[in-house]
Design a binder for this molecule. Structure first.
Ligand code: GLN
Length: 243
C-alpha cells in the first residue's frame, strides 16, 4: 500500500470531455503511480451530491454549449456548496475551457444566462463572432522563481472577462486567451485554476501536472521522473504555438 494517495474527482467525465480532456486524468494517474503514490479516481455526474472530502483535486473538462447547459444547472443546484467548501479548505479545482467558464459567475448564451458556480470573479459571453481557435502559449508564475510556459490548443466561442477581484492564470504569449483582447488567459484564485488550454493540457505540460499533484498533496516535494518524452511533447506544443 502506498503511504500517499492522490484522490481525484472528475465532474461529468462523459459530458465534459471535449478534445480528450480526460487525458488529463490519465496523466495525473501515471505521474502518481510512477512515483509510488496511490491514485483513486471517482466521478460525480448529473444529479449526484458532491462530497467535498472525497478528493484533494476536483476536475471539469471542456464541453459543448449543449452539455454545458445541463452541467451549469446541476453545478448551481446540486454541487455549488460542496465546491465552495473545497475551495475554502485549499483543495485544488481545475476547470478546462467549458469547465473553466462554469467556475465563474455566469455564461451568457444568446438570450439565456447560465449560472456559474461563483468560485471566481469572471463572466463569459458567447458571441456570434468567430471562435477563438489555435495553438496557444501563456507565461505563468505559480511559484517564486522563473516564470514557466503552458502550451496547448484553444477553441472557444465564449469570451471571458475577469472581474476586479480575479487574477489571470497567465499572460498570453501566443493565441487568444480569455477574450482575444486583454492579454489574459485563465484564472487563478489560490488553488482554483481555470484555463482555455486543451491538448490535453497536462500531457503537454508535465511540470504543471506535477504542480497540481504536489499542491493537492499539501505542497510535498515530488521525486523527479525521467521526462524526456514529456519534455519533447512540451517543446513540440511550444513550437506549434511559435514560442
Ligand atoms: N462551449 C464553450 C465555448 O465554445 C466551450 C468549448 C470548449 O470547451 N472547447 O466557448
Amino acid at each position: 500500500m502506498p503511504d500517499r494517495e492522490l484522490r481525484v474527482c472528475a465532474l461529468y467525465p462523459d459530458l465534459m470531455n471535449i478534445y480528450a480532456d480526460r487525458g488529463n486524468l490519465l496523466m495525473l494517474e501515471c505521474r502518481c503511480r510512477w512515483r509510488g503514490i496511490g491514485f483513486v479516481l471517482t466521478a460525480s455526474d448529473l444529479g449526484d451530491e458532491l462530497d467535498p472530502d472525497v478528493a484533494q483535486l476536483y476536475y471539469i473538462g471542456g464541453g459543448q454549449d449543449r452539455d454545458q447547459r445541463l452541467c451549469a444547472l446541476d453545478l448551481a443546484e446540486v454541487k455549488r456548496d460542496a465546491l465552495h467548501a473545497v475551495a475554502r479548505r485549499g483543495g485544488v479545482i481545475l476547470g478546462v475551457c467549458g469547465g473553466y467558464q462554469l467556475l465563474g459567475r455566469s455564461y451568457e448564451l444568446g438570450d439565456q444566462t447560465l449560472p456559474g458556480v461563483g468560485l471566481v470573479d469572471l463572466r463569459t459571453v458567447r458571441v456570434t463572432g468567430p471562435r477563438l481557435i489555435g495553438n496557444a502559449a501563456i507565461e505563468v508564475q505559480l511559484t517564486p522563481g522563473r516564470p514557466r510556459v503552458l502550451a496547448g490548443f484553444e477553441n472557444h466561442g465564449g469570451r471571458t472577462y475577469l472581474g476586479p477581484s480575479a487574477e489571470a492564470l497567465g499572460r498570453v504569449l501566443r493565441g487568444h486567451g480569455n477574450n482575444g483582447g486583454d492579454g489574459h488567459e485563465g484564472v487563478r484564485e489560490r488553488n482554483v485554476i481555470g484555463t482555455y488550454l486543451h491538448g490535453p493540457l497536462l500531457p503537454k505540460n508535465a511540470w504543471f501536472a506535477d504542480w497540481l499533484i504536489a499542491t493537492a498533496l499539501g505542497g510535498e516535494a515530488l521525486a523527479p521522473l525521467d521526462d524526456e518524452l514529456e519534455e519533447a511533447a512540451h517543446a513540440d506544443a511550444r513550437r506549434a504555438a511559435g514560442v
